[in-house]
Ligand binder design. Structure first.
Ligand code: BMA
Length: 319
């Protein structure tokens, strides 16, 4: 409930945080962070973790757990490695996977950052089992990242949310495709604010959009540049179910940001960066998996209803 002296807490950190660190890995790694997340049909939570080695390059590792909190079983070898020989756009690694189950294909689509000489771009891969992967290659040229697909077509088209860097700034766009390979109809859907706002100048999608009866819920990160470095915090917006490019409500303030020591101390302090969520069996509990300080993986849990209710009280249609 609303307190007069404190901001309302929408996401509670797991007392077991950080839930995954480099020490858990079955082979030497430097850091593990920014995981994509999915709940498999048997109830297992699968995190596709971004793993950085001491070369500086990242790859992906799958970690599986029955309760989504502990007892993680991590693939003994890297699950998906960059393949620069076949895919030069992955020369400097693959980062920040976001997973969507595509109902039409019956497969998971992973949108990830492919980092090559041109800069970071958006690539797609498909998988049924997180053991073998079919790459579709680059779908958004550099400089572009923070991408995820919607789970089904809207008006006949697949929809990709992403964040191209343009002369006008770092805003969130949606693009459409008939076949996941050819993309167009690019549309700006959420702009970074300006001035002293927490989400001024640079925003990006965090986890894939979450479907609710009231619309697609977007958790997005706002980057605040300060004299001490960048702060990565989370805000929330709601988009129309039948017109996902139409923003209905946008929260004024951020709802989750670095507070705990593991979010402040690490390679990049001041970063709480989710790339995936899972929904509890009650259809309301939202588990948010996030990278903390680009070093480890943490979990925070909230209620979709409460987030929507907060948005009604603290949000407004964008101007
Ligand atoms: C962003 C992304 C994330 C990273 C964050 C903070 O630009 O590259 O992978 O977690 O910066 O360093």
């Amino acid at each position: 409930m609303t307190s007069h002296s404190k901001y309302e807490v929408l996401f509670e950190r797991s007392p077991q945080n950080p839930i995954l660190t480099a020490e858990h890995w079955p082979y030497p790694v430097h850091t593990v962070f920014n995981p994509g997340a999915v709940r498999l049909p048997d109830g297992t939570t699968l995190l596709l973790c971004r793993v950085e080695s001491r070369t500086g390059m990242s790859h992906f590792s799958a970690a599986r757990s029955a309760n989504g909190v502990n007892g993680w079983v991590i693939d003994p070898e890297p699950t998906l490695l960059p393949e620069p020989d076949k895919h030069p756009e992955e020369l400097w690694g693959i980062e920040d996977p976001r997973i969507t189950f595509l109902e039409e294909l019956g497969k998971y689509a992973i949108a990830y950052t492919a980092f090559g000489k041109a800069g970071p771009g958006v690539a797609l891969a498909l998988t049924s089992d997180f053991r073998t992967f079919e790459r579709l290659g680059v779908v958004m040229q550099a400089d572009d990242k923070d991408a995820a697909l919607l789970p089904r077509r809207v008006d006949g088209s697949f929809v990709l949310v992403h964040r191209p860097m343009t002369d006008q700034g770092a805003h969130i766009w949606m693009s459409l495709s008939p076949d996941l390979r050819n993309w167009g109809h690019h549309k700006l859907v959420l702009m970074a604010r300006r001035g002293s706002w927490w989400d001024a100048n640079k925003i990006g999608l965090s986890p894939p959009l979450i479907e609710t009866p009231r619309g697609w819920l977007m958790l997005y990160h706002g980057v605040r540049h300060t004299a001490a470095g960048s702060l990565y915090r989370l805000g929330v917006a709601l988009f129309a179910l039948d017109k996902p490019d139409q923003c209905l409500l946008r929260g004024a303030s951020w709802i989750f940001g670095p507070e705990a020591p593991y979010e402040w101390y690490g390679d990049v302090g001041g970063v709480a960066f989710p790339c995936g969520t899972t929904l509890g069996s009650d259809g309301d509990t939202l588990n948010v998996y996030y990278g903390a300080a680009d070093t480890c993986i943490a979990l925070a849990t909230g209620s979709l209803k409460q987030v929507l209710n907060w948005l009604d009280r603290h949000g407004a249609p964008p101007t």
